[in-house]
Design a protein around this ligand. Structure first.
Ligand SMILES: Cc1cc2nc3c(=O)[nH]c(=O)nc-3n(C[C@H](O)[C@H](O)[C@H](O)COP(=O)(O)O)c2cc1C
Length: 172
């Protein structure tokens, strides 16, 4: 199985979870990993919130590969900012191609979990419009980010189609 794992992380939480996912995906086959580093990354909290609320894009430079067609599974990871996806993910979602009939797992990391559902719905709508056939959601709130066993179990259960996010990761 060939997987593509693409993610953005500002303060390291999504990076931590994405690396755990990468470890599991490597056991199942080949994994291409792209961490997104916007050239115009916003560093202040209120600027980040404003940009996310306004569905702004980010400048991801020339090197990002947007072609999902070689992969069986695409995993997209992002923190939630102000109930919404981050600008880097907005850009990636606008440009990604080759999603027709593909399986996508959306990984969000969050604080309180407020707005996660809204954020997922936003991402899911774009992925559906681009032809993704199966879209699964995983939310890892801050308080669970150190619980590696839980994160790995959750990933494998979603991967194997055995269930949705558990009660402690439920979407608000
Ligand atoms: C600008 C900003 C806005 C945020 N908005 C939300 C939010 O609406 N809901 C939520 O549950 N967490 C929110 N958070 C918390 C982050 O989603 C959470 O800490 C995440 O794990 C950070 O990921 P990172 O370390 O990969 O950047 C926000 C954090 C920031 C910096």
């Amino acid at each position: 199985m060939k997987s593509l794992l693409v993610y953005y992380s500002f303060s390291g939480n999504t990076d931590h979870v994405a690396r755990l996912f990468a470890g599991e995906l490597k056991k199942k086959g080949e994994v291409a990993i792209q961490r997104l580093f916007p050239k115009d990354d916003i560093k202040d909290f209120f600027g980040q919130c404003r940009a996310a609320r306004a569905h702004k894009s980010a400048d991801l430079g020339e090197k990002v590969d947007y072609d999902a067609s070689p992969y069986d599974l695409i995993v997209l990871g992002s923190p939630v900012w102000a109930f919404a996806p981050v600008p880097a993910l907005n850009t990636f979602l606008s440009n990604i191609s080759g999603l027709n009939g593909k399986r996508v797992i959306v990984l969000l990391t969050s604080g309180s979990g407020l707005g996660v559902k809204h954020c997922f719905e936003n991402i899911r709508r774009i992925l559906k419009n681009k032809g993704a056939s199966t879209i699964d959601d995983i939310n890892i709130p801050d308080r669970l980010q150190k619980d590696e066993g839980h994160i790995i179990d959750l990933f494998n259960s979603i991967f194997e189609g055995k269930g949705k996010s558990c009660a402690c990761c439920r979407l608000l």
